[in-house]
Design a protein around this ligand. Sequence first.
Ligand code: UD1
Length: 368
Amino acid sequence: MRVVSVVGARPQFVKLAPVAAALTAAGHDHTVVHTGQHYDPRLSDVFFTELGIPAPAVSLGIGSGTHGRQTAAMLAALEDVLVAEAPDWVLLYGDTNSTLAGALAAVKRHLPLAHLEAGLRSRNRRMPEEHNRVLTDHAADLLLAPTALAVANLAREGLADRTRLVGDVMADVLLRVRDEVAREPVALPAGVPEPGAYLVATLHRAENTDDPVRLRAVADALAGLASPVLLLVHPRLAARAAEAGIDLARGAVRALPPQPYRATVQLLAGARGLVTDSGGLQKEAFLLHVPCTTLRSETEWPETLAGGWNVLADPPGLAGAVTRPPPAPTPAAPYGDGRAAEAVVAALAAGQTESRATASSPTSTNRV
Ligand code: UD1
């Protein structure tokens, strides 16, 4: 089986790592195409190196732009690459503009399309990620869902027959790296407080960064917290704060550059809490038993809200949320057992067989 993975942004590299390893282990032919949406080495190259991901065979170097320009440039470049590769599956990850561009390129050239992390919904139509995931799910032939809730979301939209529950590949990487850094810690930035004495924070969603009034309220709320806050500053946050004249590193906040994956996991595992608007980190905190406060009005990972492990807050409510009593331990494991990548490969192989069988029938729709 020939699979082409299209990736472009940081969380996609993390998801790609276990899938690439599982495809190679099963003897499949796998090619990585990098759109270049994230080009900063701290958001891209470092993840390939430390997670052992094969270097991209094709790098499109698209870079930043408005949503329309960025997505359109990727679509134009991907069409040629995907047609030339003619894979059995175009495999797309998550909800970024790179995902949507890959979906449009593949579906318009009738290339079999699989979407990993299908079925997530925030139901916030103002989020670019929500458009990207809904449109990609409806274009795809095979929907690889991480959770039972994602499966139910897809069924509600009439997509049950294309859906397979595979578990969450981010849990595969996280659980492995959690154990590795516990055995062999990596170097952290100088001056990081003792485990249990600090909060970790990240912010990059447009809804928090792009309105200067909201961004100032978030920055003020973080600065006023009682515990030290290690703020891992995404380039988008740095750019928007500089444009609005907002100083992020004041009060409780210490600003750090984006960290590699291992250092992020180690920092998070030692944190007394997380404040974030990232999807992936909400889940990683849940898996590491670190209480999370999400600076958004909804989450696409509602399983994390059970038992108070994650709470949604706005800036005025932040201090109360981060000092809430510790949640009770939970045995819940909604994200699988750390072997989702093998299930992904099995679903792709089974889907390929089914789609071949369908293709030989006169009423072929090229759907699995
Ligand atoms: C993107 C994804 C988001 C994902 C996030 C992870 C979309 C719509 N959003 O958001 O779902 O959670 O990645 O980080 O696809 N920039 C740099 N260097 C880079 C990349 C970006 O400086 O390597 C700056 C640029 O100023 C750019 C801004 O960050 O304009 C936003 O980048 P973009 O790729 O549009 O979205 P992210 O905010 O990173």
